[in-house]
Design a protein around this ligand. Structure first.
Ligand SMILES: Cc1cc2nc3c(=O)[nH]c(=O)nc-3n(C[C@H](O)[C@H](O)[C@H](O)COP(=O)(O)OP(=O)(O)OC[C@H]3O[C@@H](n4cnc5c(N)ncnc54)[C@H](O)[C@@H]3O)c2cc1C
Length: 401
């Protein structure tokens, strides 16, 4: 196996990556647009998806920039970008993106974990062997997350956890949960919180899937009743979980700045030509639609270029920052506009739910439009991102306190 250390020439790396992807990305998965999303919502993959996951896990390329000592790819950010470009070129997706291990929990453990926690938790994430969920939101704590009430009590030789989380994505499939819990109810609300790593496979944990408007059940109500965790399960210091929790949210938002989840999406202008038709000069036969489509394509391009510029300016420092809030809102706008335009272009065919009268792409369009509504809610709503941008980037006064 080639050594992809940091000094390897980028073009040599590109060729090796291309060859490896060509040999390992199953042909049966090519052009399977949206598969990555399906993987995130469903149980453990099988068949070619499982084989692809194992190959990427063994290579460490599902976590390309993570340290090789814990099973990551050990690539430089520049190499990781090349890998991403080569994957995009053949419609390959990262099969390790199911659950929150790669995007949120793993990076936060790398930031705040003890050596023992890194050695226990990072290698199984890199190999795609475990799924993690994030237990933040509660029935009474969403945007105002610091109001969370789930209790975690020191029982001497272990922690006991009691309370309820909600909207816990993938909890029904997860072996582990990274949760914010209240360890000191007498402290100010941001100060009595800790971050704990909870084993989901125990009698005190119950998950009840909630059905989403688009038909799937991607998240759960999650109940903890006398659930337990060992004393070394806190990530970061006791009662300082708010800092760790905010860090995870930055990682989450940074992971939500791309518009496509993998696969090759059909260009919107091709969909428009098919459903709306073209005029005698070959242009899409609707001036108003053409204008809005052009605006959307320009916005999408600007978003992509801004992402590339932010990555270049980071100069190898892959730590997320408050700028992730800007990019998350921008990605949300682009994705939701694309979904709206797709339905409009398809007309009545874009309203199909099931049945032979509708092509697969048409059914996916309406479901994608509905599930895309969640983008402006999860990871903190668009309004909350705007609050962060105004306070932390623009330095405007906080008028909410
Ligand atoms: C698909 C999906 C997956 C999710 N996955 C997870 C998960 O895995 N783990 C998890 O813990 N949570 C998860 N969530 C929950 C998500 O983080 C919350 O829904 C979100 O933080 C908003 O909280 P809320 O639903 O309680 O709404 P609320 O906080 O009640 O907000 C309601 C409305 O009021 C607005 N609002 C609230 N406060 C302010 C303010 N200060 N300024 C301006 N506007 C404000 C909001 O923008 C929103 O429009 C998920 C949500 C969705 C939709």
């Amino acid at each position: 196996m080639a050594d992809f250390g940091g000094d390897l020439d980028l073009e040599t790396f590109r060729k090796d990556a291309r060859d490896w992807l060509e040999a390992n990305f199953p042909t049966s998965l090519r052009s399977k647009q949206g598969l990555a999303l399906a993987l995130m919502d469903g149980p453990a993959p099988a068949g070619d998806v499982a084989r692809w996951k194992d190959a990427m896990g063994a290579k460490g390329w599902g976590t390309p920039t993570w340290p090789a000592q814990y099973g990551g790819g050990g690539l430089t950010p520049a190499q990781a970008r090349v890998l991403q470009q080569e994957m995009a070129a053949i419609g390959a997706f990262n099969p390790l993106m199911a659950g929150m291990g790669v995007t949120m929990i793993g990076p936060t453990i790398l930031d705040y974990g003890t050596e023992a926690q890194k050695q226990q938790h990072i290698p199984p994430i890199c190999r795609g062997e475990v799924r993690w969920c994030v237990g933040y939101s509660e029935p009474g704590a969403g945007s105002d997350l610091a109001s969370l009430q789930m209790r975690c009590v020191d029982m001497g030789d272990h922690w006991q956890i009691d309370g309820q989380k909600i909207w816990t994505s993938g909890a029904q499939y997860s072996q582990w949960c990274g949760a914010l819990v209240r360890t000191d109810p007498t402290a100010k609300k941001h100060e009595g919180i800790s971050f704990i790593l909870i084993d989901m496979n125990q009698p005190g944990v119950e998950t009840r899937p909630i059905k989403l408007i688009a038909g799937a059940s991607p998240f759960c109500e999650t109940f903890f009743t006398e659930a337990t965790a060992p004393k070394d399960a806190l990530l970061g210091e006791l009662n300082h979980g708010w800092t760790v929790g905010k860090r995870l949210l930055q990682h989450e938002r940074a992971s939500q700045t791309g518009v496509s989840m993998g696969g090759k999406a059909t260009p919107l202008q091709d969909i428009a030509r098919k459903y709306v038709g073209v005029d005698e000069t070959g242009r899409i036969a609707d001036l108003d639609l053409r204008t809005r489509l052009t605006q959307h394509l320009m916005d999408a391009k600007v978003h992509g270029l801004t992402l590339a510029r932010a990555a270049a300016e980071a100069k190898g420092n892959s730590s997320p920052s408050n700028a992730a809030s800007v990019l998350k809102n921008s990605a949300t706008n682009v994705a939701q506009t694309r979904a709206e335009l797709t339905l409009e272009i398809m007309g009545g065919q874009g309203l199909g739910w099931e049945g032979e009268a509708f092509e697969k792409e048409e059914v996916e369009a309406v479901r994608g439009w509905l599930s895309g509504k969640a983008m402006s809610i999860y990871g903190g709503s668009s309004e909350i991102q705007n609050n962060i941008i105004s306070k932390r980037i623009l330095g405007l006064p906080d008028t909410t306190q």
